[in-house]
Design a protein around this ligand. Structure first.
Ligand SMILES: NC(=O)c1ccc[n+]([C@@H]2O[C@H](COP(=O)([O-])OP(=O)(O)OC[C@H]3O[C@@H](n4cnc5c(N)ncnc54)[C@H](OP(=O)(O)O)[C@@H]3O)[C@@H](O)[C@H]2O)c1
Length: 236
């Protein structure tokens, strides 16, 4: 694939290294220093991968739509811009895959949590809760992944009161813990990211998927993964 990277920080650098190791070409890199050049640099790329800052997401989506380049959107914390981005994608018939967490393990964790939460439906004795921890430089809190887990717990337990606690400290790549607590015991499910490699692998998987499909619209990474896992399982 001929890739454009929007953002070249901690995530962008890991994606660039993985992409080159897999034989892909990283042909353009956009950071805050050359943000104004994005529209000029993008045409001719197979896919753009964005791990930058929330404020840049609408401009990146617009530049990719104008260039006809599908976008893998990994940046988090752009909920306020979501309606505008959805409108733009629909109007321009653009293609975008987004996800608060591109780790394949976390997306499997969502399913584990959904299955567990169903066991607690109607059991008032157990209170569901979420704890998440990330490195000190992560800007958004709670994390997009924690918000997703809260939505899953609300849906599957029927409870609205699902507290989320966030910690920002040191260099933690990302930990999410889901608990169900009663007077007599506690059940804990934990996902711990060991490095940024898992996010980068998922972003590149999404890039390959979106390049093959080119179906216009906003695709959630969870749905992309459903598709990829279904294909993989038929091959086993
Ligand atoms: N979805 C997931 O799985 C996942 C996983 C990890 C992280 N994330 C998210 O990905 C984003 C980036 O994380 P990170 O840890 O890589 O952050 P980071 O190290 O702070 O890097 C941010 C990058 O964005 C660039 N940037 C800033 N403004 C820009 C603009 N207007 N146009 C283009 N690039 C711009 C920065 O350039 P300068 O250095 O020039 O300022 C830098 O290269 C965050 O939102 C984070 O929460 C998502």
């Amino acid at each position: 694939m001929k890739l454009a990277l929007l953002g070249h920080g901690r995530m962008g650098r890991v994606i660039a290294a993985q992409a080159r190791a897999a034989g892909h070409e990283v042909a353009a890199i956009v950071t805050s220093g050359n943000a104004a050049d994005a529209a000029r640099l993008l045409p001719g790329h197979d896919v753009a991968i964005d791990f930058s800052v929330p404020a840049a997401v609408p401009a990146h989506a617009a530049a990719c739509a104008a260039a006809g380049v599908p976008l893998v959107e990994g940046t988090t914390g752009w909920h306020e811009e979501e309606a505008a981005v959805r409108r733009l994608v629909a109007e321009r018939r653009a293609t975008l895959v987004y996800g608060p967490n591109f780790s394949i393990g976390v997306n499997l964790f969502y399913r584990v949590v959904a299955g567990a939460a169903r066991q607690f439906r109607g059991l008032a004795a157990y209170d569901p809760f979420i704890e998440e921890a990330h490195h000190a430089r992560k800007r958004d809190a709670p994390s997009g992944t924690a918000i997703m887990l809260r939505d899953i717990l609300r849906r599957e337990t029927g409870r609205d009161d699902v507290p989320v606690a966030s910690t920002r400290a040191g260099h933690i790549p990302g930990t999410h813990r889901v608990g169900f607590d009663s007077v007599g015991d506690e059940i804990l499910l934990t996902h711990t990211a060991r490095s940024r490699d898992g996010f980068a692998a998922g972003a590149l998987l999404a890039a390959r998927w979106i390049m093959g499909r080119r179906e216009a619209g906003m695709h959630c990474f969870t749905d992309v993964l459903d598709d990829v896992l279904a294909m993989e399982r038929t091959l086993v």
